[in-house]
Design a protein. Sequence first.
Length: 301
Amino acid sequence: MHSSAIAGTARPGFLARRRRSYVFFIVPALLVVGAVIIFPWLFTVWMSAFDWRIGSAAHFIGLENYIKLATNQRFHEAILHTLYFTLLAVVVPLIAGTAAALIFHREFPLRGLLRSVFTMPMMATPVAVALVWTMMFHPQQGVLNYLLSLVGLPPSLWVYSPTLVIPSLVLVEIWHWTPLVMLIVLGGLAALPTEPYESARLDGASEWQLFRYITLPLLAPFLVVAAVIRTIDAIKAFDTIYVISQGGPGTASETINLYLYLQAFAFYNVGNASAVVVVFFAIILALALLLLYVRQRAKWT
């Protein structure tokens, strides 16, 4: 009894010392997070309430920057351009990457070599890719119009056309990031069980029925992961668009990132740029919640 009583009274003190010891590990991490993430974010929200241009004094204006953005047609167009670019840059690589994964999942000669060649584009840096494609998009000297002429098609203006500039930029994204989707889907195909396919073939299922009712549902979690990665990458795209089109012609390919860059580093309007960051964060948060919901629904059954 005496020894158990001593142990019972000593245990709370031991737990208290352990809790205090955790503080020495948690506090440095909290300080780093606060300095790198929380403080810059709070400072950005604070700056968005000021009319502040670099080189002049800041004046508190409250929500006026947000009210101006609500009536700014150019900003509205930038949001639409961003969503349009993101939608195409996610959906098309998902389809193309899944098709490529289904092809490379089969056994055929030189499969390993061709798969390695197919993944090479995503190893290049975005700026280098953008410079190469800028030359390819040239209406007179670009190789793309030359290829069109070989098959009897008229030349295209590509990124010099207001209606074709965003699809042309998406073409670069497709070439650059379809291999990433392919690798993710290949990993999913390698993890699929074989029993459902054997049972379905015994019942006389066709290849399309196998893909539609077995492969595609089982690949859903992997496709959602690929969609999340591509959405994050596409919505923050800046370097490729800036190098190739600079948001032009006019403002036809100006996304939120380019609009933000111009406000902050061309017009030096720090207050308005901070308001754009806050609105952009709200858009990203809404997309993140939507993707999280889809991810939770995409489970194996």
